[in-house]
Ligand binder design. Structure first.
Ligand SMILES: [Zn+2]
Length: 284
C-alpha cells in the first residue's frame, strides 16, 4: 500500500514537470489573463506551504466538461438523458472518473446532469457552500492518486444559501459560532473571502442583494479553489484547478440557462459593471 502511494506521488511529480509549461500557456489562452496578475493570490501565506505551479496538462478534461455542459444547456435540458443510456456492463467494472467536481449540495447543482455525464465519469464531492475543508481535500487527493485525475473544478452557484448565511452573519456583526448547530463551520470558510473582496463591501449593508450575492457565490468558488491549492501539495503537483458558478432564476430577472463558464483558478474573479461574474475576464 505504501509502495503504491509512493509510486503515485512520483508519477504526479513527473506529470507536473512534463505538463506545467504547456498547460500554463493553454490556460492563459483560455482566460486571456496576464500571468503576473495573480502571482500574489497564488503565493501561500507564511504559515502555509508555498504554492508550486498548479499547472498540468489537463486540457482534455477541461474540454470534456465544457462540451458536456454545452450539450446540457442546448439539448439535454429539453430532452434529459434516458436512464437506459447507463451501461450496466460499464457499471460492473471498476470506476474510471476523469474529473473531480466539488459542488454545492444545492439540489439544482447536480454535476452529472449539468455536464451531461453518466455514472462512473465524475468524482463528485458535495457540501453546502462547496467549501474546501480537510475532508474535501482528502477526498480530492484520493481521487488524484487512485484515478490519476488531473482536473478539479469547484462549482458554486447563484442564490446559494450558505453564501447568504455568511452575508447575514457579516451584516449582523455576529460570529459564525453564533449560528445553530455546525452551520458556522461552513460560514467560517466562506466569510473571509467575502469580507476581503472590495467589490463585495456593500454586502455588509445589503445581505439580501441578489446581484451582490451572485458575485459573492462566484468569489466563494474562487476562494475555495485557492484554499484547495494552498491546502494540498498533492493537488498543487498533480492537478489543474478551475472554478465556476451556474446561474439560477432570481428575483432580479436572471434567466436560468445551466451554462457554466469554467475559469482556471489562477485567474481571480473579474466582475462586470452589471454584476455578472466573469463577463469581463481578461480585461482591465
Ligand atoms: Zn449553495
Amino acid at each position: 500500500m505504501k509502495t503504491h502511494f509512493t509510486r503515485d506521488l512520483a508519477l504526479l511529480g513527473v506529470m507536473s514537470a512534463l505538463g506545467s509549461t504547456l498547460f500554463a500557456q493553454e490556460a492563459l489562452k483560455v482566460s486571456g489573463a496576464r500571468p503576473d496578475a495573480t502571482a500574489a493570490i497564488w503565493t501561500a501565506s507564511s504559515d502555509a506551504p508555498k504554492c508550486e505551479s498548479p499547472f498540468t496538462n489537463s486540457l482534455p478534461s477541461y474540454i470534456l466538461l465544457t462540451n458536456g455542459n454545452s450539450t446540457f444547456f442546448t439539448i439535454s435540458r429539453q430532452f434529459p438523458r434516458s436512464p437506459q443510456a447507463i451501461s450496466v456492463a460499464a457499471m460492473n467494472k471498476k470506476q474510471t472518473p476523469w474529473a473531480v467536481v466539488v459542488a454545492c449540495a444545492d439540489s439544482r447543482v447536480a454535476p452529472e446532469i449539468l455536464f451531461n455525464e453518466t455514472l462512473g465519469n465524475l468524482f463528485v464531492v458535495r457540501n453546502a457552500g462547496n467549501v474546501v475543508d480537510p475532508v474535501t481535500i482528502g477526498s480530492i487527493e484520493y481521487a488524484l492518486l487512485h484515478f490519476h485525475i488531473q482536473t478539479v473544478l469547484i462549482l458554486g452557484h447563484d442564490t446559494c444559501g450558505a453564501v447568504q448565511a455568511s452575508a447575514e452573519v457579516w451584516h449582523d456583526n455576529k460570529s459564525p459560532a453564533d449560528l445553530c448547530g455546525s452551520i458556522g463551520s461552513i460560514v467560517n470558510r466562506i466569510l473571509p473571502g467575502m469580507t476581503n473582496d472590495p467589490a463585495l463591501i456593500r454586502l455588509k449593508d445589503e445581505p439580501t442583494n441578489v446581484d451582490l450575492l451572485r458575485l459573492a457565490g462566484y468569489r466563494n468558488a474562487y476562494q475555495q479553489a485557492v484554499a484547495l491549492a494552498r491546502g494540498s501539495s498533492i493537488v498543487r503537483k498533480g492537478a489543474q484547478i478551475y472554478y465556476a458558478t451556474t446561474s439560477m432564476s432570481t428575483a432580479s430577472g436572471t434567466n436560468y440557462t445551466g451554462q457554466i463558464n469554467i475559469v482556471p483558478a489562477v485567474n481571480p474573479p473579474v466582475y462586470s459593471p452589471l454584476g455578472k461574474p466573469g463577463a469581463a475576464q481578461g480585461g482591465e
